[in-house]
Design a protein around this ligand. Structure first.
Ligand SMILES: Nc1ncnc2c1ncn2[C@@H]1O[C@H](COP(=O)(O)OP(=O)(O)O)[C@@H](O)[C@H]1O
Ligand SMILES: [Mg+2]
Length: 356
């Protein structure tokens, strides 16, 4: 009997709490950085007397509205909570006089307490991120040993020949081969040390999805065996999103690793695709593996949910993927049929170059 196709989609929550931030210094910037990651919070705007305050620049990069006049935010009917981190008693008085009756105000040590809590949570999340990546790197050992051993064997053979080789021309040629083999080994080490470093979570630049997919493919090859797995790539000419290159790479390594692990038994086809439309950029990672049973489909994004044996899975891969996609204001859709395969489609809003 043909297994039914099941599907799940993660998208932003519906009715968010609308927040306005007064003050774009250190406190305001930290609030902005953390609150914009939370789907149930919408930052209506931020304001500061200083147009070059760090939080103002950050807001422009995140495409969050910046108000030149504080009263526009304070009097705004759509704001549920005003967070005043200016520390300025004049601002506090102004807010209490001019705010809408239904708007609540968090200021002084209450605002500080809140950002201490949120920052603590963000630190934990960053640690979890890194821990998951390092756990994954543990499984690289076998692939890595193999890939480093090959050029080492070659170097050994060439060096042995050199001892007996009288012809200087041949000696030079073999020396060049040795250098080439050493270069290959160094490239492997460079890829992995770059991947292993802590992702720079505040990076915000144009990231090429095609390039990140290719890079992720290289790294995933150390983690899982691609034996009997064909790879098909269908890329749009240019597919760019705004975000952190490290995080996008980490996300793709996780998704490709999952896809290949799902095809471990019988081999299959891994398809990587990017597409663009006027408003969106999509990435598709599809496998022809074991599929996901409908009764667990709703749980795969939960932290520590895994069906893999210890050592193979941490259950944090998709949880981290979800965190990154949400941060980038994207959505992720999973379509799966048991014994036929899984297709993961991530849709990002189309990035624009027009940073202010
Ligand atoms: N492409 C896939 N095919 C089949 N099952 C998958 C796929 N991707 C994820 N899963 C399921 O979702 C679970 C959670 O995935 P993940 O969060 O990456 O954790 P882990 O891979 O460490 O188990 C997996 O254990 C597996 O059961
Ligand atoms: Mg995984």
């Amino acid at each position: 009997m043909l297994q039914p196709m099941t599907e799940t989609t993660l998208a932003a929550a519906r009715t968010p709490i609308k927040v306005a931030i007064l003050g774009a210094g250190r406190g305001g910037t930290a609030l902005l950085d953390l609150l914009h990651l939370i789907p149930s919070i919408e930052i209506v705007g931020i304001t500061d007397r200083n147009p070059d305050a760090p939080g103002i620049l950050r807001a422009k990069n995140l495409r969050i509205a910046v108000s030149a006049r504080m009263e526009d935010l304070v009097c705004n009917h759509g704001v549920n909570v005003i967070m005043d981190v200016t520390g300025d008693p004049a601002v506090e008085r102004f807010v209490h006089i001019h705010k809408q009756p239904i708007t609540e105000v968090l200021s002084g040590s209450a605002a500080r307490l809140l950002w201490e809590l949120v920052r603590h949570e963000a630190d934990l999340r960053a640690e979890l991120f890194h821990a998951e990546k390092l756990a994954g790197i543990g499984s690289f050992a076998a692939g890595l040993a193999h890939d480093i051993n090959n050029p080492l064997q070659l170097i050994m053979g060439l060096a042995e020949n050199l001892i007996e080789e009288p012809d200087v021309k041949v000696v030079r040629e073999q020396a060049r081969d040795i250098i080439e083999a050493v270069r290959r080994t160094s490239a492997i080490c460079r890829d992995l040390t770059q991947y292993a470093r802590k992702a720079s979570v505040h990076d915000d630049s144009m990231v090429s999805l095609n390039n990140r997919l290719d890079e992720a493919l290289k790294i995933a090859r150390y983690a899982v065996s691609f034996h009997d797995i064909m790879v098909q790539r269908d890329y749009a000419e240019v597919a760019e999103v705004r975000g952190s290159a490290d995080e996008v790479l980490h996300m793709f390594v996780n998704l490709i690793t999952n896809a290949v692990q799902a095809m471990e038994q019988e081999g299959g086809m891994l398809r990587l695709a990017t597409n663009t439309s006027p408003g969106a950029v999509t990435v598709t990672i599809a496998d022809t593996g074991c599929g996901i049973a409908p009764d667990i489909l709703g749980q795969i994004f939960e932290p520590f949910f895994t069906t893999k044996e210890p050592g193979k899975g941490t259950g944090l891969g998709l949880y981290n993927v979800k965190t990154i996609v949400t941060k980038m204001q994207g959505t992720i859709n999973v379509e799966s049929r048991v014994d036929h395969g899984t297709t993961i489609t991530i849709t990002f809003p189309r990035a624009t170059e027009n940073r202010m």
